[in-house]
Design a protein around this ligand. Structure first.
Ligand SMILES: Nc1ncnc2c1ncn2[C@@H]1O[C@H](COP(=O)(O)OP(=O)(O)OP(=O)(O)O)[C@@H](O)[C@H]1O
Length: 393
């Protein structure tokens, strides 16, 4: 979400939403546990068992705590990423949201409605209409055409044939598959099949899209295409998304906020800038060690107060410009860059500050100002091009 939009700043933000997230959470999760094993219910209820390390818990009880006392909100309009290494509990956590996996303890609400209290009919409605899942292995019906696969979700909702085909055709076009409506899945590439899976989820117009590592089977170039597709759809529609990934660069690129999981627990929840700039512990620090900080951190967290003679000269940049973009401006002009918002100078970034971020000696204030746009820039933008559009003319 670009925070600075003075008249003459063109934001290059690539992962923004059309709407600003409101405070109303879509999902609200509180003290959630999923324990596998017999007598699983004993674990969350017993403080001693609940505090055991995974190996010890397994040895003592034979149970695995896949999700351990997790609480978070997914805000309306955000891309909420659940990230962690294999086995950290991502899939279990996200499946618990719609009770594809039955939680052991804790509460889950969607728009304030208690998910754990839903009966079968209400749950079906939740999964079909309100929270649609896009899986890694597409789950397409091989004998149906692209159009009919996309229309399938509407068909099970009982939408009439003409209407569902019309709606399906719209969504097929939206995900860039125009002209392929009558092909069957076997006649498509992996990336195209994933687009069909995405279109099928979109066709039912869910309030929230849940992505379970949807792109991990795709080769890197197609994967990047699909990531950009998600960013584009998100920007155009502002739809709430929960996205599971084990890939840090994907998380940084797509996420407005990231929940980083380890052994079933969320070890840090924050914007990409908060996670990279202020890791909560050594585990997170190690996790983000190789991230090019200057491409994630914004000048808002790197700036210092401006002296009187600095406020009137030097290149001007928006607060959510990345440090990398500021480096280009400072290097080109030889003077500190002014961080401008609404015609006001918030501070300046000079060589020393910028180098401090690159070296990791400048602690990020990481006030939640920047995130995916910055990380998206990490991969895709030419620094010069991006800088130009961030700079105040
Ligand atoms: N049905 C099950 N029975 C017992 N243990 C399970 C079950 N499903 C998952 N687990 C365990 O729960 C933990 C979390 O698994 P989960 O699949 O949620 O992790 P993940 O982070 O999604 O991993 P991946 O990235 O490999 O998909 C793992 O230790 C896993 O072995």
């Amino acid at each position: 979400m670009s925070t600075a939009t003075p008249e003459n700043v063109t934001s290059t933000t690539t992962a923004t939403t059309a709407t600003t997230p409101e405070d109303t959470p879509v999902f609200s999760v509180e003290g959630l546990w999923k324990v596998f094993g017999s007598k699983a219910h004993r674990v969350p209820a017993d403080p001693e068992l609940a505090s055991l390390a995974p190996a010890e818990l397994r040895a003592r009880t034979g149970c695995t705590a896949a999700v351990r006392d997790v609480s978070f909100d997914v805000r309306k309009g955000e891309v909420f990423v659940v990230m962690g290494l294999s086995g950290s509990g991502k899939s279990t956590l996200v499946r618990c949201l719609t009770r594809l996996i039955e939680p052991t303890a804790g509460s889950i609400a969607i728009d304030g409605e208690d998910v754990r209290a839903m009966d079968k009919t209400r749950l079906r409605e939740l999964r079909r209409h309100r929270a649609a899942m896009v899986f890694q292995h597409f789950g397409l019906l091989p004998h149906r055409t692209v159009l009919d696969n996309v229309a399938y979700g509407l068909e099970i909702q009982g939408v009439g044939k003409a209407e569902r085909r019309e709606r399906a055709a719209e969504v097929v076009a939206k995900v860039g598959l125009e002209g392929m409506e009558h092909r069957r899945p076997g006649q498509l590439s992996g990336g195209q099949r994933q687009r069909v899976g995405l279109a099928r989820a979109l066709a039912v117009d869910p309030e929230v899209l849940l992505f379970d590592e949807p792109f991990s089977a795709l080769d890197p170039l197609i994967r990047r295409d699909m990531q950009e597709e998600v960013v584009r759809l998100h920007r155009e529609e502002g739809r709430t998304m929960v996205f599971i990934t084990h890939d840090l660069s994907e998380a940084l690129k797509l996420g407005d906020r990231i929940a980083l999981m380890r052994d079933g627990a969320v070890v840090q929840l924050g914007t990409p800038e908060e996670i990279v700039g202020s890791p909560a512990d050594d585990y997170v620090r190690e996790f983000v060690r190789d991230v090019p900080r200057e491409q994630v951190m914004t000048v808002r967290s790197a700036m210092r107060a401006a002296s009187a003679d600095e406020t009137g000269s030097g290149p001007a940049i928006a607060p959510d410009a990345t440090v990398s973009e500021a480096i280009e401006a400072v290097a080109r002009t030889g003077s500190p860059a002014r961080v401008m918002e609404g015609g006001r100078c918030l501070g300046v970034v000079d060589h020393e500050r910028l180098l401090g971020v690159v070296a990791g000696t400048q602690q990020g204030a990481a006030a939640g100002s920047a995130h995916s746009a910055a990380a998206a820039g990490a991969e895709n933008r030419s620094a010069a091009g991006a800088e130009k559009s961030k700079e105040v003319a």
